[in-house]
Design a protein around this ligand. Structure first.
Ligand code: GLU
Length: 433
C-alpha cells in the first residue's frame, strides 16, 4: 500500500529542492515579530508565542533488513495548545532539524487558528531518507518512534498527520501502535489514514483542493480568469501533483512542473493525466516525452500568471525573488518564501498567498477526519468537499479584506488574524498557577 518507495532506484540524486534552506525557525519568528508589533502585544506575549510549549527528541534504533543496527533521531514539537490539542504532520527527510520542526509547528498553530479549527500546532520529524529503506524498515521506524513519543500523542493531546516523506500507511502504523499500547482501537490518534481504516474521503487531495480554491480566487482578484491563465508548479508530490490536475481541470494551462529530480516545460501546456502516468511508471516528471527539460531556477522565473511552490521551505529567497515573474504566488509548501524574498515580492506588486492560508486544506480535512472518527459517523465525499471549499473561501475573504483594511500584505494580515486568536485564547485562559 505504501507509496513512499516508488520507482526511484534509477533516478539521479536529489537536487537542492529537498534541502531545507536558510533558517525556517528564524523566518517564522520574524513573521511573528511583525504581527506582534502590529497587534501591540508586549515582549512577554512575543516570547510566549516564539517558543514551543513542549519538545521531545527521541533516539529511534532500527534493525536494518541486513541485520545491522542503525540509530535515527526524531523530534515531536508542540508549539502551542491554547486553542485545543496539538495538530501537525510527521516528516521523514534527511534534512530534518529540530529548528525546522519548531518552525513547522509554529506555522501549524497559525494555520489552525486562521482556519478556526480547534487545535494548537505541532510537528514531528525523523532524520531519514525514506527512499533508502524497505517498507518493513519504515514500519519498524514508525512504530518505535510512535512508542517513544507516546507520552505526548493521543486524540485529545496531539494528533499526527502525513507530511513530506510520510503517507496514509505511516498513519495506519501510528494508529495501530498507539492502539495496541492502549489495548483498544483509537482512530482519532492520527489523521490522513487510509479510508478503509477510519480515514476521511477527500483527505488525500484536500491540501491541493484548498490550494486551488484560493489560487483561483487570487487570480480572479487580479482580474485573471482561470481559463487561459498559465501556471508553474514546483513539486509533484502529495500537494503539487493534485494541484496541477485541479488547476488543469479549471482550465489553467500548466506550462512547467518539477520534482526533486528536475523540471520540465511545455509552452503549449502539459497534459497532466498523461504526465501522471509517466510519474507512476518512472517515479519522476523528468524524461516526460511531451516536454523539454528545464531547471528549477527557470521554473521559478517562468513568465506565468500563477506560481505554486509546493515542495519545501526557503526555495524563493533573496537570490532569486527578483526573477519571479508570476502575478500570483500561492504557497502550497510550508515556508517556501524567506522574509527577505517576501519583501521583494511585495515591493514588486506580486500577490503572495501565504502558506498558513493556501495549504490549510490538509489540516481542515484532518479535522473533519478526527470529528468523524470521534463520532464514529462518516460523511460523503460531497459533504467533505463542500465544507472544505466554504472554509477556504471564507478564510480567503477574511484575510484579503483584513489586508486591505490594514494596507499590509496577505501574509501579515493572515498572521495577525491567527496570532490574535491564539493570544486571546492564552489571555482568557490566564496563567497557572
Ligand atoms: N502536514 C500538513 C500540513 O503541514 C497537514 C497537517 C495535519 O493535517 O495535521 O498542514
Amino acid at each position: 500500500m505504501t507509496t513512499i518507495q516508488h520507482a526511484a532506484a534509477n533516478l539521479p540524486e536529489r537536487s537542492h529542492l529537498t534541502a531545507a534552506q536558510g533558517d525556517p525557525f528564524g523566518n517564522a519568528r520574524a513573521q511573528l515579530r511583525d504581527a506582534v508589533t502590529i497587534l501591540g502585544y508586549d515582549d512577554g506575549m512575543y516570547e510566549l508565542l516564539a517558543n514551543p510549549r513542549r519538545e521531545l527528541t527521541v533516539a529511534v534504533p532500527l534493525h536494518r533488513d541486513s541485520g545491522e543496527m542503525e540509530l535515527l533521531i526524531g523530534h515531536r514539537v508542540q508549539h502551542n495548545v491554547s486553542r485545543g490539542p496539538a495538530k501537525g504532520g510527521l516528516r521523514y527527510s534527511p534534512d530534518v532539524t529540530l529548528d525546522e520542526v519548531r518552525a513547522l509547528a509554529m506555522w501549524m498553530t497559525w494555520k489552525c487558528a486562521l482556519l478556526d479549527v480547534p487545535y494548537g500546532g505541532a510537528k514531528g520529524g525523523i532524520r531519514i531518507d525514506p527512499r533508502h529503506y524497505s517498507c518493513s524498515e519504515l514500519e519498524r521506524v514508525t512504530r518505535r518512534y510512535t512508542s517513544e513519543i507516546s507520552p505526548l500523542i493521543g486524540p485529545d493531546h496531539d494528533i499526527p498527520a502525513p507530511d513530506v516523506g510520510t503517507d496514509e500507511q505511516t498513519m495506519a502504523w501510528i494508529m495501530d501502535t498507539y492502539s495496541v499500547q492502549k489495548g483498544h482501537t483509537v482512530l482519532g490518534v492520527s489523521t490522513g489514514k487510509p479510508v478503509s481504516l477510519g480515514g476521511s474521503l477527500g483527505r488525500a487531495t484536500s491540501t491541493s483542493r484548498g490550494v486551488v480554491h484560493v489560487a483561483l480566487a487570487a487570480l480572479r482578484s487580479r482580474g485573471i480568469q482561470p481559463e487561459g491563465a498559465t501556471a508553474a508548479v514546483q513539486g509533484f508530490g502529495k500537494v503539487g501533483r493534485h494541484a496541477a490536475r485541479f488547476l488543469h481541470d479549471a482550465g489553467v494551462r500548466i506550462v512547467t512542473v518539477s520534482d526533486q529530480y528536475g523540471a520540465i516545460r511545455a509552452d503549449g501546456g502539459l497534459d497532466i493525466a498523461v504526465l501522471e502516468g509517466h510519474v507512476d511508471a518512472t517515479g519522476s516528471v523528468t524524461g516526460f516525452a511531451d516536454a523539454d527539460p528545464t531547471s528549477n531556477d527557470n521554473l521559478l522565473a517562468a513568465d506565468v500568471d500563477l506560481l505554486v511552490p509546493a515542495a519545501v521551505e526557503g526555495v524563493i529567497h533573496v537570490g532569486n525573488a527578483m526573477q519571479v515573474k508570476a502575478t500570483v504566488v500561492v504557497e502550497g509548501a510550508n515556508g517556501p518564501t524567506t522574509p527577505e524574498a517576501d519583501r521583494l515580492l511585495n515591493a514588486a506588486g506580486t500577490l503572495v498567498v501565504p502558506d498558513i492560508l493556501a495549504n490549510a486544506g490538509g489540516v481542515i480535512v484532518s479535522y473533519f477526519e478526527w470529528v468523524q472518527a470521534n463520532q464514529a459517523y462518516w460523511w460523503g465525499a460531497d459533504e467533505v468537499e463542500t465544507r472544505l471549499a466554504k472554509r477556504m473561501l471564507t478564510a480567503w475573504e477574511h484575510v484579503s479584506t483584513h489586508a486591505e483594511k490594514l494596507q499590509v500584505p496577505l501574509r501579515t494580515a493572515a498572521t495577525c488574524l491567527a496570532v490574535e486568536r491564539v493570544a486571546q485564547a492564552a489571555l482568557l485562559r490566564g496563567l497557572y498557577p
